[in-house]
Design a protein around this ligand. Structure first.
Ligand code: AMP
Length: 200
């Protein structure tokens, strides 16, 4: 299996893009294990804040109800703080962020201050029906509070309206790579590795 080469010496900053249920979580985990970089999932960070009932958690809980997005300023702030930590110096994988054009623009600005930029955006794709089936299956398995049928539909609408414009945004920057998300976990992971091996 082609593995991405070791990026010793320089950082690899990757964004995982794709609709809810496309398999980002599973593939992200495999990739961070292989590249040995931190996995930064804003969904996880927000759920953790809600569980811990922090001030931020209490604020975002109502914003996120019914599959809606948390406010840009809050999420951007959260990510900026995380990226400033020393383990992010050798790269990282962003999973679930950015999710809106303003978030993407803020990220670019924050990176530019340090003369940095995103190296690769992986856009995982599968068709609508398959997505919905996967989400319903996950809802049953994980008992995730944000995975009932209405919420799933809402999250898909939000993805379509707010997040999918990022595809064109990153395409314009020349960093977007489309990955077919249909197949076994290993098959999809091979495609990702193949793409990353070509990133300069
Ligand atoms: P995820 O685990 O990435 O599917 O995220 C779960 C939920 O967290 C989403 O439905 C949003 O309500 C919220 N969330 C995660 N990431 C973001 C983000 N970048 N911007 C706004 N809300 C987010």
């Amino acid at each position: 299996m082609p593995k991405p080469r070791q990026y010793g010496g320089f950082a690899m900053r990757i964004i995982f893009l794709g609709p809810p249920g496309v398999g980002k979580g599973t593939q992200s985990q495999k990739l961070v294990d292989t590249l040995d970089i931190p996995h930064i999932s804003t969904g996880e960070m927000l759920r953790e804040a809600i569980r811990a009932k922090t001030e931020l958690g209490l604020k975002v809980a109502s914003q996120m109800e019914g599959g809606r997005l948390a406010a840009d300023e809050i999420v951007v702030q959260l990510v900026r703080q995380r990226l400033a930590q020393s383990d992010c110096r050798n790269g990282y994988l962003l999973d679930g962020f950015p999710r809106t054009l303003p978030q993407a623009a803020s990220l670019d600005l924050a990176l530019a201050v340090d003369d940095e930029a995103i190296d690769a955006v992986l856009n995982l794709t599968v068709d609508q029906e398959e997505l919905f089936r996967r989400l319903m299956e996950r809802a049953k398995k994980e008992d995730r509070g944000d995975d009932n049928e209405d919420t799933i539909r809402q999250r898909m609408t939000v993805y379509h309206d707010m997040t999918s414009p990022l595809i064109a945004y990153y395409e314009e920057q020349g960093v977007l790579h489309r990955i077919d998300g249909i197949g076994t976990v290993e098959e999809v992971f091979d495609r990702i590795c193949h793409v990353l091996n070509k990133v300069e």
